[in-house]
Design a protein around this ligand. Structure first.
Ligand code: URA
Length: 239
Protein backbone atom coordinates (compact mmCIF):
# COMPACT_ATOMS: atom_id res chain seq x y z
CA UNK A 1 0.00 0.00 0.00
CA UNK A 2 1.42 3.41 -0.93
CA UNK A 3 1.55 6.31 1.50
CA UNK A 4 -1.22 8.03 -0.48
CA UNK A 5 -3.41 4.90 -0.18
CA UNK A 6 -2.81 4.80 3.56
CA UNK A 7 -3.76 8.45 3.89
CA UNK A 8 -6.97 7.77 1.92
CA UNK A 9 -7.91 4.95 4.31
CA UNK A 10 -7.07 7.15 7.32
CA UNK A 11 -9.20 10.00 5.91
CA UNK A 12 -12.10 7.60 5.45
CA UNK A 13 -11.79 6.32 9.03
CA UNK A 14 -11.50 9.85 10.47
CA UNK A 15 -14.56 10.97 8.51
CA UNK A 16 -16.49 7.92 9.69
CA UNK A 17 -15.53 8.63 13.31
CA UNK A 18 -16.66 12.24 12.97
CA UNK A 19 -19.91 11.21 11.31
CA UNK A 20 -20.74 8.70 14.05
CA UNK A 21 -19.76 11.22 16.72
CA UNK A 22 -22.07 13.91 15.41
CA UNK A 23 -20.30 15.10 12.29
CA UNK A 24 -18.11 17.84 10.85
CA UNK A 25 -15.61 17.95 13.64
CA UNK A 26 -12.05 17.39 12.58
CA UNK A 27 -9.84 19.10 10.16
CA UNK A 28 -7.86 16.73 7.98
CA UNK A 29 -5.14 14.98 9.96
CA UNK A 30 -1.90 14.28 8.12
CA UNK A 31 -0.29 11.11 9.46
CA UNK A 32 3.34 10.18 9.25
CA UNK A 33 3.11 6.51 8.30
CA UNK A 34 6.77 5.88 9.16
CA UNK A 35 5.75 6.53 12.75
CA UNK A 36 2.11 5.46 12.61
CA UNK A 37 1.02 6.66 16.04
CA UNK A 38 2.32 10.18 15.65
CA UNK A 39 -0.26 12.73 14.65
CA UNK A 40 1.42 15.57 12.80
CA UNK A 41 -1.48 18.00 12.69
CA UNK A 42 -4.19 18.04 15.27
CA UNK A 43 -7.61 19.54 14.99
CA UNK A 44 -9.54 21.40 16.07
CA UNK A 45 -11.78 24.24 16.69
CA UNK A 46 -13.80 22.33 19.15
CA UNK A 47 -11.13 20.62 21.19
CA UNK A 48 -9.68 22.79 23.90
CA UNK A 49 -6.02 21.85 24.15
CA UNK A 50 -5.02 24.95 26.06
CA UNK A 51 -4.57 25.18 29.78
CA UNK A 52 -6.42 28.47 30.17
CA UNK A 53 -9.75 28.48 32.01
CA UNK A 54 -12.87 28.45 29.92
CA UNK A 55 -14.96 31.61 29.73
CA UNK A 56 -18.12 32.87 28.02
CA UNK A 57 -15.99 35.32 26.03
CA UNK A 58 -13.78 32.47 24.79
CA UNK A 59 -16.83 30.46 23.72
CA UNK A 60 -18.25 33.48 21.89
CA UNK A 61 -14.92 33.94 20.10
CA UNK A 62 -14.81 30.27 19.08
CA UNK A 63 -18.40 30.39 17.86
CA UNK A 64 -17.60 33.45 15.73
CA UNK A 65 -15.07 31.48 13.66
CA UNK A 66 -16.71 28.06 13.90
CA UNK A 67 -17.02 26.06 10.68
CA UNK A 68 -17.96 22.76 12.32
CA UNK A 69 -21.14 22.34 10.30
CA UNK A 70 -22.60 23.62 7.01
CA UNK A 71 -24.78 26.23 8.76
CA UNK A 72 -21.62 28.36 8.83
CA UNK A 73 -21.92 28.78 5.05
CA UNK A 74 -25.23 30.63 5.16
CA UNK A 75 -24.87 32.84 8.21
CA UNK A 76 -24.52 36.60 8.32
CA UNK A 77 -23.63 36.53 12.00
CA UNK A 78 -23.21 33.94 14.71
CA UNK A 79 -25.64 34.20 17.63
CA UNK A 80 -23.89 32.95 20.76
CA UNK A 81 -26.53 34.16 23.23
CA UNK A 82 -26.80 37.05 25.67
CA UNK A 83 -27.77 37.90 29.19
CA UNK A 84 -26.33 37.98 32.68
CA UNK A 85 -23.69 35.71 34.16
CA UNK A 86 -24.94 33.30 36.86
CA UNK A 87 -28.55 33.76 35.74
CA UNK A 88 -31.60 32.66 37.67
CA UNK A 89 -32.93 31.20 34.41
CA UNK A 90 -31.19 30.04 31.27
CA UNK A 91 -33.68 30.08 28.39
CA UNK A 92 -32.78 27.85 25.46
CA UNK A 93 -34.44 28.10 22.06
CA UNK A 94 -33.89 26.38 18.76
CA UNK A 95 -31.68 28.60 16.63
CA UNK A 96 -31.47 32.06 15.11
CA UNK A 97 -34.04 33.26 12.59
CA UNK A 98 -33.62 36.03 10.02
CA UNK A 99 -33.67 38.94 12.51
CA UNK A 100 -31.26 37.21 14.87
CA UNK A 101 -28.91 36.40 11.98
CA UNK A 102 -28.78 40.07 11.01
CA UNK A 103 -28.27 41.36 14.55
CA UNK A 104 -26.17 38.53 16.01
CA UNK A 105 -28.51 38.49 19.04
CA UNK A 106 -30.97 35.82 20.18
CA UNK A 107 -34.75 36.24 20.14
CA UNK A 108 -34.98 39.78 18.74
CA UNK A 109 -37.74 39.19 16.16
CA UNK A 110 -41.48 38.82 16.76
CA UNK A 111 -41.09 35.60 18.73
CA UNK A 112 -38.35 37.25 20.77
CA UNK A 113 -40.57 40.17 21.65
CA UNK A 114 -43.19 37.73 22.91
CA UNK A 115 -40.54 35.80 24.83
CA UNK A 116 -39.43 39.01 26.55
CA UNK A 117 -43.06 39.70 27.54
CA UNK A 118 -43.56 36.15 28.82
CA UNK A 119 -40.40 36.44 30.94
CA UNK A 120 -41.34 39.91 32.20
CA UNK A 121 -44.66 38.51 33.41
CA UNK A 122 -42.72 36.41 35.93
CA UNK A 123 -40.12 39.09 36.74
CA UNK A 124 -37.43 37.75 34.46
CA UNK A 125 -35.41 39.54 31.81
CA UNK A 126 -32.22 39.13 29.84
CA UNK A 127 -30.87 42.36 31.32
CA UNK A 128 -31.25 41.45 34.99
CA UNK A 129 -31.52 37.73 35.71
CA UNK A 130 -31.64 35.57 32.56
CA UNK A 131 -29.36 34.32 29.84
CA UNK A 132 -30.86 33.48 26.45
CA UNK A 133 -29.20 30.93 24.19
CA UNK A 134 -30.03 28.55 21.38
CA UNK A 135 -29.24 24.95 20.51
CA UNK A 136 -27.54 26.08 17.28
CA UNK A 137 -25.71 29.34 16.95
CA UNK A 138 -26.12 29.89 13.20
CA UNK A 139 -29.32 30.35 11.22
CA UNK A 140 -30.63 27.25 9.44
CA UNK A 141 -31.60 28.13 5.84
CA UNK A 142 -35.24 29.14 5.37
CA UNK A 143 -35.76 28.66 9.11
CA UNK A 144 -35.85 24.89 8.76
CA UNK A 145 -35.25 22.78 11.87
CA UNK A 146 -31.55 22.28 12.53
CA UNK A 147 -30.49 18.75 11.54
CA UNK A 148 -29.38 16.36 14.30
CA UNK A 149 -25.76 16.52 13.11
CA UNK A 150 -25.88 20.34 13.21
CA UNK A 151 -27.24 20.25 16.76
CA UNK A 152 -24.58 17.74 17.74
CA UNK A 153 -21.82 19.85 16.20
CA UNK A 154 -23.00 22.88 18.22
CA UNK A 155 -23.71 21.04 21.49
CA UNK A 156 -20.08 21.50 22.53
CA UNK A 157 -20.71 25.24 22.88
CA UNK A 158 -24.04 25.02 24.71
CA UNK A 159 -22.62 22.41 27.09
CA UNK A 160 -19.78 24.75 28.06
CA UNK A 161 -22.14 27.72 28.34
CA UNK A 162 -24.33 25.83 30.80
CA UNK A 163 -21.34 24.77 32.91
CA UNK A 164 -20.06 28.35 33.10
CA UNK A 165 -23.41 30.04 33.61
CA UNK A 166 -24.55 27.59 36.31
CA UNK A 167 -28.18 28.74 36.00
CA UNK A 168 -30.50 28.02 38.90
CA UNK A 169 -33.18 26.91 36.39
CA UNK A 170 -33.39 26.05 32.71
CA UNK A 171 -36.40 26.86 30.55
CA UNK A 172 -36.50 25.11 27.16
CA UNK A 173 -38.81 26.61 24.56
CA UNK A 174 -40.06 24.47 21.70
CA UNK A 175 -39.69 20.91 20.52
CA UNK A 176 -36.18 21.20 19.09
CA UNK A 177 -34.59 22.51 22.29
CA UNK A 178 -36.60 20.14 24.48
CA UNK A 179 -35.97 17.03 22.42
CA UNK A 180 -32.27 17.81 21.88
CA UNK A 181 -31.51 18.50 25.51
CA UNK A 182 -33.75 15.90 27.13
CA UNK A 183 -32.84 13.37 24.43
CA UNK A 184 -36.44 12.42 23.84
CA UNK A 185 -38.79 12.26 20.89
CA UNK A 186 -41.81 13.23 22.99
CA UNK A 187 -43.55 16.44 21.88
CA UNK A 188 -43.88 19.43 24.21
CA UNK A 189 -47.50 18.58 24.97
CA UNK A 190 -46.34 15.37 26.67
CA UNK A 191 -43.41 16.73 28.67
CA UNK A 192 -44.52 20.22 29.72
CA UNK A 193 -46.10 21.09 33.06
CA UNK A 194 -43.47 19.47 35.28
CA UNK A 195 -39.84 19.77 36.32
CA UNK A 196 -36.98 17.53 35.28
CA UNK A 197 -33.65 17.18 37.07
CA UNK A 198 -31.18 17.95 34.30
CA UNK A 199 -27.77 16.41 34.99
CA UNK A 200 -24.75 17.98 33.37
CA UNK A 201 -21.34 16.91 34.63
CA UNK A 202 -21.46 17.54 38.40
CA UNK A 203 -24.47 19.86 38.23
CA UNK A 204 -28.15 19.03 38.64
CA UNK A 205 -30.38 21.84 37.38
CA UNK A 206 -34.19 21.94 37.63
CA UNK A 207 -35.50 22.22 34.07
CA UNK A 208 -38.93 22.88 32.60
CA UNK A 209 -40.12 22.97 28.99
CA UNK A 210 -42.85 24.98 27.32
CA UNK A 211 -44.14 25.97 23.90
CA UNK A 212 -41.98 28.10 21.63
CA UNK A 213 -43.17 31.73 21.42
CA UNK A 214 -43.44 31.43 17.62
CA UNK A 215 -45.80 28.44 18.17
CA UNK A 216 -47.80 30.53 20.63
CA UNK A 217 -48.06 33.31 18.04
CA UNK A 218 -49.50 30.80 15.56
CA UNK A 219 -51.72 28.77 17.88
CA UNK A 220 -53.96 30.50 20.43
CA UNK A 221 -54.49 27.23 22.32
CA UNK A 222 -50.80 27.13 23.37
CA UNK A 223 -51.16 30.37 25.36
CA UNK A 224 -52.82 28.97 28.45
CA UNK A 225 -50.54 25.94 28.98
CA UNK A 226 -47.49 28.14 28.37
CA UNK A 227 -48.73 30.54 31.04
CA UNK A 228 -49.27 27.59 33.41
CA UNK A 229 -45.66 26.51 32.80
CA UNK A 230 -44.36 30.00 33.50
CA UNK A 231 -46.37 30.22 36.72
CA UNK A 232 -44.96 26.86 37.78
CA UNK A 233 -41.45 28.14 37.10
CA UNK A 234 -42.17 31.32 39.05
CA UNK A 235 -43.47 29.35 42.02
CA UNK A 236 -40.31 27.24 42.10
CA UNK A 237 -38.04 30.29 41.81
CA UNK A 238 -39.84 31.98 44.72
CA UNK A 239 -39.46 35.68 45.25
N1 URA B 1 -36.34 31.31 17.61
C1 URA B 1 -35.40 30.67 18.35
O1 URA B 1 -35.56 29.50 18.72
N2 URA B 1 -34.30 31.35 18.70
C2 URA B 1 -34.08 32.61 18.36
O2 URA B 1 -33.04 33.16 18.73
C3 URA B 1 -35.07 33.25 17.60
C4 URA B 1 -36.18 32.60 17.23
Amino acid sequence: MTTADKQTVADFLDTTRDFLGGGYKSEKILYNFDKPVQVLKRPALNVDNTQTADSLEKITEEISVCRNCPLANGRKNTVPGEGVKNPVVLVIGEGPGADEDVQGRPFVGKAGQLLDKMLAAIDLSRTTNCFIANVVKCRPPNNRDPFPEERAACSYFLHRQILLLKPKFILLVGNIASQSILKTTEPIGKIRGKFFDYQIDELTIPLIVTYHPSGILRREEFKRPAWEDLKLLKSKIGN
